[in-house]
Design a protein around this ligand. Structure first.
Ligand code: FES
Ligand SMILES: [Fe+2]
Length: 451
């Protein structure tokens, strides 16, 4: 675990305090019925980018709309839960609630990573309640990272039934008189999962098309970082008093470098130079070029970006940062030496949980001087996130306000418009979501170096 400098720790404490003080505001504004809100979103998403506006505020505050999102976006899609480096060896597991569904990602003795329900099939106990690792969980031990632990088997603390790491019931005391009870037929439910580039995704309704096939194009790009060969070196969970889209939109547009990150990101990656690739069915891709003068200055350092630059990246990727969104909850900020991955866990219209992480190649993490490098890189990792936390918390207050208005978007906010088009396609029941001509990118492909 990386140690934080005092000033960074103080800023985090200040942010957490502000979050706890922030009241989850319930709007006193009259909210329209769901079908009107969905109709409004359809019209909004039909506007061309140069006439684009923000979504109606109900999209960020309404219970009914949130429930619609759960049913139409989250349950039928692939949701990212973990990176394989969080469960590197047999017996390692990660417990989390996603949309109120208690889940455990576990590395089995057969080396398969599975996503199991942690709901006991006896009387419904969550076998991995928050704070597991206390007595009563058999061999399970918390490892200190959010939700992570290690065990030989799972023990339900209620009546002591035990389960193998693949979910099969192993033992259950005093059940010999239960007629027709067949132990072999009982186990923790397994959800459909897929590992793509080292990230573990789950599909809760079990009916989504396989993920890898739908991300082949992104694989040729994102895969250059070799994320499967990386490991998480910083991770932290945050309680967030805002709607999940407030965070996703904020993450994906770089127009706000001008304000929120005026001193941190704007000097390196000016908002004006950022641009979006063409519309894709399942993901959004943005480029954030470094200023030439910044690159020249960095070029003099042994490791221009802080850690060794990743081999295998196209030259164009060594001159910029980048953003990826896989709809709806996978966010990655890439730099030539690292990936910053965010896991978005919606909890309701005005609440979510967030895991922020930094990943570097295993070889980087194994360098003798890695500790010093990480210490140097840690403050900025928290700094710009704290700036975003402050913005997102204040945006949610605005969404609930009587004074809320629909705003016009800059061309630098193209990602927000693409997210609207994704939402509208799902509201039309369209699957795949690109049921019309894809919007063109903001630069031609031969300028991107990606051809
Ligand atoms: S609820 Fe799990 S053993 Fe009874
Ligand atoms: Fe930001």
């Amino acid at each position: 675990m990386v140690s934080l400098r005092n000033d960074t720790a103080e800023k985090i404490a200040h942010c957490e305090d502000a979050v706890h003080r922030s009241i989850a505001t319930h709007s006193i504004r009259a909210e329209r019925p769901l079908d009107e809100v969905l109709g409004d979103i359809q019209q909004t998403a039909n506007l061309p980018l140069h006439r684009a506006t923000t979504l109606p505020p109900e999209a960020y505050t309404s219970d009914a709309f949130y429930q619609w999102e759960v049913g139409h976006l989250f349950k039928p899609e692939w949701l990212c839960l973990a990176h394989v480096s969080q469960v590197p060896t047999a017996g390692d597991f990660l417990a989390l609630d996603l949309l109120g569904e208690p889940l455990v990602v576990v590395h089995g003795k057969d080396d398969i990573v599975r996503v199991l329900s942690s709901t006991c099939p006896h009387r419904g106990m969550d076998i991995m309640p928050p704070g597991f690792g206390h007595e009563g969980h058999g061999t399970a031990e918390a490892t200190g990272q959010p939700g992570c632990g290690h065990t030989r088997l799972f023990l339900c603390p209620y009546h002591a039934w035990t389960y193998e790491l693949d979910g099969r019931l192993k033992a259950c005391p005093e059940m010999q008189q239960a007629e027709g009870f067949t132990r072999d037929e009982i186990g923790l439910r397994e959800f459909r999962s897929e590992i793509w580039n080292g990230f573990v995704f789950v599909n809760l309704d079990g009916a989504a098309d396989p993920l890898a096939g739908r991300l082949a194009e992104m694989n040729a790009d994102f895969g250059q970082w070799n994320p499967a060969g990386m490991k998480i070196v910083i991770q932290r969970e945050w309680d967030c008093p805002f709607n999940w889209k407030v965070l996703v939109e904020n993450f994906m547009e770089s127009y706000h470098h001008l304000g929120a990150h005026a001193k941190t990101l704007q000097p390196m990656m000016p908002a004006r130079d950022t641009w979006n690739e063409q519309e894709r069915q399942l993901y959004v891709r943005c480029h954030l070029p470094f200023k030439d003068a910044v690159l020249e200055g960095l070029g003099a350092r042994e490791h221009p970006f802080g850690f060794p630059t990743i081999g295998g990246l196209d030259e164009s990727k060594k001159r910029e940062s980048g953003l990826f969104l896989i709809h709806p909850n996978f966010l990655a900020f890439v730099q030539p030496d690292r990936i910053v991955w965010y896991r978005v866990e919606p909890l309701g219209p005005n609440r979510m949980k967030l895991l922020t992480t930094m990943l570097v190649p295993e070889e980087t993490a194994g360098l003798p001087e890695f500790g010093t490098m990480l210490e140097r890189e840690t403050p900025l990792f928290f700094e710009f996130h704290l700036e975003d936390m402050e913005m997102c918390t204040a945006i949610q207050r605005g969404m609930s306000a009587l004074g809320a208005q629909r705003g016009r978007l800059s061309h630098l906010e193209m990602s927000i418009w693409l997210i609207q088009r994704y939402l509208a396609a799902r509201a039309r029941g369209s699957w795949p979501t690109l049921d019309r001509d894809a919007a063109p990118g903001q630069r031609s492909m031969n300028q991107t170096g990606l051809t």
